[in-house]
Design a protein around this ligand. Structure first.
Ligand SMILES: C[C@H](O)[C@H](O)[C@@H](O)[C@@H](O)C(=O)O
Ligand SMILES: [Mg+2]
Length: 395
């Protein structure tokens, strides 16, 4: 089957809403005194926006084939990622067949390796890769999960990330992951407050509901070990991203020191097969949590997940809405998915990538059946302010 060649690649930046790394209004739970690596500076402790978590904005990539079919994807990276896509990566796509997913990924990664390998550059590569899969699905008139091997179960099951696991339980989720509010700089008092929050939640949700702590890279090994042991008493299911993503040695220690039965999870800020290989070979964690919009896209996530599968490590991708769902539904070692509660008070289910996506599916009663719509099954909302700062044509 011959496919129309790629004739254009466009990269836009959008401000506000989903995918824009927590560019939310005042008082949103996701920006309210969350422990971060910057919490050691009192002036950056109350809000993540104060140190610039939302500085980049959303990246939207569109890839257009010669017959006018457009694939698109949304991730983080904003204007700097637009530059990379338009001025560097577009040259590896224009005039090429959209079926060359593997070769295009390889050329984007190795063509930028001298300045890339992780972070923003791989966010941009991920955006292009996801847009390419969306285009392929639209050209073939099939959902991406068909192209990835087909569903291994009828529906997705979700846990919720947010400040109110008690409400998440009422909404039908299987567990609730709470943000940790106090880091090591807030001393014993902060540690006590963290444990009190967990104890209160445990009381509200009862014994069997999963409770987890998301530590967003804020801790050191000593604090994380203490927290894990104190939290064990309240049945904490997992301790997530306790340390810096570069501290593989710390994670390996934490995994050894964590109480029996408590899982150590990490990976949302890790990238590529090489980064995840390190996490796995160094026995850093029990669950890896790649974000498909940050780790290299679905092409790379497949490689990461195959490695994890052979080692019996679960892959529970971080957030990222439909881009994760189409992957999770195809994998036995991804038995459930994350849903990030974007309502300011975490009291209702809202689409994660609002307002950029139209038709974004959300869980009902903690479950979701994926539709058979082509690509990732969503449309780009053209009413949002799509700003195209660079027009590169791959040159
Ligand atoms: C709530 C957390 O601090 C992060 O904002 C969230 O993106 C994350 O780490 C997660 O696992 O969902
Ligand atoms: Mg996390």
């Amino acid at each position: 089957m011959a496919f129309p060649l790629i004739r254009d690649v466009r990269a836009y930046v959008v401000r506000g809403g989903g995918a824009d790394y927590h560019d939310q209004g005042d008082g949103h739970w996701i920006d309210d005194h969350i422990a971060t690596p910057m919490s050691r500076y009192p002036e950056y402790r109350q809000s993540r926006q104060s140190f610039g978590i939302n500085v980049l904005g959303t990246l939207v990539v569109e890839i257009e084939a010669a017959d006018g079919t457009i694939g698109f994807a949304v991730t983080t990276g904003g204007e700097p990622a637009c530059y990379l896509v338009e001025k560097h990566f577009a040259r590896f796509l224009i005039g090429r067949s959209p079926v060359e997913v593997e070769k295009i990924w390889d050329q984007m990664y190795f063509g930028s390796q001298y300045y890339g390998r992780k972070g923003l550059v791989v966010n941009a590569i991920s955006g292009v890769d996801l847009a390419l899969w969306d285009l392929l699905g639209k050209l073939r008139q099939e959902p991406v999960y068909h192209l990835l091997g087909g569903a291994v179960r009828d529906e997705l099951t979700f846990y919720a990330t947010g400040a109110r696991p008690d409400l998440a339980k009422q909404m039908g989720f299987i567990g609730g992951k709470m943000p940790l509010h106090h880091g090591p700089a807030e001393g014993e008092e902060g540690l006590r407050k963290n444990i009190e929050e967990l104890a209160t939640m445990r009381e509200r949700v009862g014994e069997d509901f999963w409770l987890m702590f998301d530590c967003w890279m804020a801790l050191d090994l000593n604090y994380a070990t203490k927290l894990a042991h104190k939290a064990h008493e309240y049945g904490l299911k997992w301790i997530e991203e306790a340390l810096s993503p570069d501290d593989y040695w710390g994670y390996a220690e934490l995994k050894k020191k964590a109480p029996t039965g408590m899982l150590v999870t990490t990976g949302e800020h890790e990238a590529t097969r090489w980064g995840f290989r390190m996490l796995m070979e160094m026995e850093c964690c029990d669950i890896i949590q790649p974000d498909v919009g940050w780790c290299g896209g679905v092409t790379e996530l497949t490689k990461i997940a195959n490695m994890a599968d052979s080692r019996g490590i679960m892959v529970i991708p971080h957030g990222s809405s439909v881009y994760s769902y189409h992957f999770v539904i195809t994998r036995h070692n991804s038995p459930f998915a994350e849903f990030l509660m974007m309502a300011p008070k975490a009291d209702k289910v809202l689409p994660m990538f609002h307002p950029q996506l139209l038709g974004e599916p959300v869980p009902v009663n903690g479950k979701l059946k994926l539709s058979d719509k082509p690509g990732f099954g969503v449309e780009l909302n053209r009413e949002v302010n799509l700003h195209r700062p660079y027009v590169g044509q791959g040159k």
